[in-house]
Structure formats: C-alpha cells, structure tokens
Design a protein around this ligand. Structure first.
Ligand code: FMN
Length: 193
C-alpha cells in the first residue's frame, strides 16, 4: 500500500560542502535539525521538532532500506544509506546519509544522529535508482507489506552475501568508483540479482 503524498517530481539540490543534520530520540522522533535541513526540506523548526522522521518519507524509498537502517542502528552500529526525501512542498532530494547511535557517558544509546551529504550523481542515477525500483517492485509483489519487505531485504542481502560483499562495503565501494556487473534481464544490476 502506498501512502497518498503530494509530489511535484521536481528534484532540488544542496551544495557539496553542506551537511544536512538531524538528531532523533530512540523512537525516531526529531529532536534537532540544522539550518540546512530546514532550508532544503522546507519546514520550520517548530513544524519538525517532535515529529517522526518519516515526515520526509518519499514513496520511492523501499521499506527494506529503512528496515536495514533501523536493524543496524538498534544493534549499535553505524550505517550509510542513499535516501530520497520529500520536501514539504513535494519536491525531492537525494542524500547519502550516515546514521549513527548517540551514547551517553555510560555507553547507553540515547538517540540517533544523521549527517547527509550530496551523493555521487552517477551512483544515484545508474545504481541506486534502478536498485530501489526493483526492490520496491519486489515489495509490491507480495500480499502483505511485511512479506514484501522481507523478500526484498533477503534478495539484496543474499546476493551481497553470495558475492562476499557486506552491505557497508557495497556502499563504500560504490562511493569509490566500483560498479557491479552488467545489468541482467530482470533490470537489476548484475551484482544484486
Ligand atoms: C537519525 C535518523 C534519521 C532518519 N532520517 C530519515 C530521512 O531523512 N528520511 C526518511 O524517510 N527516513 C529517515 N529515517 C527513518 C525513519 O525513521 C523511518 O523509518 C522511515 O521514514 C520509514 O518510515 P515508515 O516506516 O513510517 O514508512 C531516519 C531515522 C533516524 C533514526
């Protein structure tokens, strides 16, 4: 099921030297966002504080990516993920997010932190958009949301595992110019079929 959200189809951009920052509590409710965040997303601080981070959710994002994100940070680890976000007016913007747990002085996780930079354009256009499209299609092929998400997660993680590439290595290899094999007949990048 897709949420009805207003989209303009217009992509917006931020500068290479800018970082979009937010912090959340353990439930993913926004507790801090910087000025770049507010400008790009088009919200005031008042509109965002206390809101779930899914306020930015774009319907092109596969659920399994967020599942992986939450599984990773709840296990106390960091994660890099390509994300397309929806601004308040329905425009969208791509980011490469680095999401980390924040700890208190006893080592207890007290919230999460995300710093987002401009992603490599070729990675987004040639790798991530086709990959996310195929994951979304996989998710939508199943009767229940949960089943669809699990199937899509499995398809990515199994393939990466079979090739001996962990997810974080896959993302960091993409950033450094490595590309998966040729596209297959299913339309997915070769390394992820
Ligand atoms: C620190 C942090 C930052 C997040 N940033 C975003 C974001 O920029 N965009 C987004 O759609 N989800 C973000 N999320 C994930 C959301 O909490 C949520 O899982 C996602 O939007 C999917 O929402 P849904 O499960 O309601 O569909 C973030 C989560 C955390 C903990």
């Amino acid at each position: 099921m897709t949420r009805e959200v207003h989209l303009t189809g217009r992509e917006i951009f931020f500068d290479d030297d800018e970082i979009i920052v937010s912090k959340t509590n353990l439930k993913g409710q926004i507790t801090y966002c910087n000025d770049v965040f507010l400008r790009v997303a088009g919200y005031t601080e008042r509109e965002l504080l206390g809101q779930p981070h899914s306020i930015l959710r774009h319907p092109d994002m596969p659920r399994c990516v967020f599942k992986l994100l939450w599984d990773t940070i709840e296990a106390g680890h960091e994660i890099f993920a390509y994300v397309v976000n929806r601004a308040k007016n329905g425009d969208h913007y791509w980011v490469l997010a680095h999401v980390t747990p924040s700890r208190d002085r006893h080592g207890q996780v007290v919230g999460y932190h995300s710093a987002r930079r401009v992603p490599d354009r070729d990675v987004v256009d040639d790798q991530i958009i086709p990959l996310y499209r195929s994951l979304l299609a996989e998710e939508q092929r199943h009767a229940s949301r949960k089943e669809g998400m699990q199937a899509a997660s499995r398809s990515v993680l199994d393939t990466l595992e079979a090739q001996g590439v962990a997810y974080d290595e896959f993302i960091s290899r993409l950033q450094s110019g490595w590309r998966p094999g040729p596209t297959t007949s299913s339309g997915q990048p070769g390394a992820l079929t």
